[in-house]
Design a protein around this ligand. Structure first.
Ligand code: MN3
Length: 207
């Protein structure tokens, strides 16, 4: 189904405490309800005065930034990006340990040697990211890559297919881990739904 303006505040597909001990309930409540909620409100507010853009999906808005009226462009980058990135973030986590299937693992090995090496590289990139942003596993020119983005920029605006976001904004971890970003990254990787990530890889790389 095409989802367009006004964008919904979708509930989490699991309980706030479902990812304990890896992601704590309080962080989940704030991150999902307040942060994602605010991006959703602000996106709807921004589009309110632009009926000609109200029939666009998040992806259509984010892929065509240069076509937007100038005064709408920044609010869309921040807020459509914020909604898109956070939905993908929450949809990438699971309370059940789920493994990536062999076909997808093979794609990971082609780019990174192994899934473990990919995770290590992703954590390293996230430790090196200055300020607020994300590290993404993404498909770029038919290959799996890691990319940093700033603020709520999203790989789909940059011509890539996003596979797994790693939110490195402090709001993703400060309540539980304060400034210990490495602890957050370690815990986060334990909650990732690798089966879903594998399905995204195969979908993005199919011929
Ligand atoms: Mn966030």
């Amino acid at each position: 189904m095409r989802e367009t303006y006004p964008f919904e505040k979708k509930p989490l597909s699991y309980a706030y405490d479902a990812l304990e001990p890896y992601v704590d309930r309080q962080t989940m409540e704030y991150h999902h309800d307040r942060h994602l909620g605010t991006y959703t409100d602000r996106l709807n507010q921004a589009l309110e005065a632009y009926p000609q853009w109200q029939d666009k999906t998040l992806e259509e808005l984010l892929r065509n930034l240069e076509e937007l009226p100038e005064e709408l462009r920044i609010p869309v980058i921040h807020n459509a990006g914020g909604v898109y990135n956070h939905r993908m973030y929450f949809d990438s986590l699971t309370k059940d340990k789920k493994q990536m299937d062999d076909k997808a693992l093979e794609k990971v090995r082609e780019s990174f040697g192994s899934l473990e090496q990919m995770k290590a590289k992703m954590k390293e990139e996230a430790m090196g990211l200055f300020g607020s942003g994300y590290v993404w596993l993404a498909v770029k020119d038919g290959r799996l890559v890691l990319e940093q983005t700033v603020n709520q920029d999203t790989p789909i605006s940059l011509g890539m297919i996003p596979i797994l976001p790693l939110d490195v904004w402090e709001h993703a971890y400060y309540l539980k881990h304060q400034n210990r970003r490495a602890d957050y990254l370690e815990q986060y990787m334990n909650a990732v739904d690798w089966k879903t990530v594998g399905e995204r890889i195969l979908e993005a790389m199919k011929d």
